[in-house]
Design a binder for this molecule. Structure first.
Ligand code: HEC
Length: 128
């Protein structure tokens, strides 16, 4: 008889725990979506590639070979594709400077907008 009473009890506990578990799952899903949202859209990557080929970048950079500047695949290996790195590297492209890869500085690109520079970075960090 005691056993018979325990079964509904267990079912009740499971039913009560269910919304809590669902909330935790929703939280995890939201976090995953936010992380995915930081990923570059194919449109931005394509625009970045185009912008890059019409600027002076390829005079010093190649995708897979180090020239004056690091190969873009090496840049992509060093920095994970996320919003913080998009911003950091876009600023560096606009300001120029040395120190991350050696003593040779990158020329500044003051005419470049932050939005365009970020698209370029999204493309660069997508080559792997
Ligand atoms: C005059 C040569 C030159 C040109 C032109 C040039 N770069 Fe660079 N770039 C470099 C050098 C040298 C470095 C390494 C700088 C360092 O060590 O901090 C570099 C580094 C970078 C990095 C990595 C920065 C870091 O902090 O790790 C990115 C991204 C980059 N360049 C993108 C671009 C883009 C996009 C353009 C075109 C708008 C461009 N570069 C034009 C020479 C150049």
């Amino acid at each position: 008889m005691k056993k018979m009473l325990m079964i509904p009890g267990v079912v009740m506990v499971l039913m009560l725990a269910n919304p809590v578990m669902n909330a935790a799952q929703a939280q995890t899903k939201k976090k995953a979506q936010a992380a995915a949202g930081a990923k570059a859209s194919p449109a931005d990557i394509a625009a970045g590639k185009e912008l890059l080929s019409t600027s002076d970048c390829l005079a010093c950079h190649k995708v897979d070979v180090k020239l004056v500047g690091p190969a873009y695949i090496d840049v992509a290996k060093k920095y994970p594709a996320n919003e913080a790195n998009y911003n950091k590297l876009a600023k560096k492209i606009i300001a120029g400077g040395a120190g991350a890869w050696g003593d040779i500085p990158m020329s500044p690109h003051p005419a470049l907008s932050m939005a365009d520079a970020k698209k370029m970075v999204k493309y660069i960090l997508s080559v792997k």
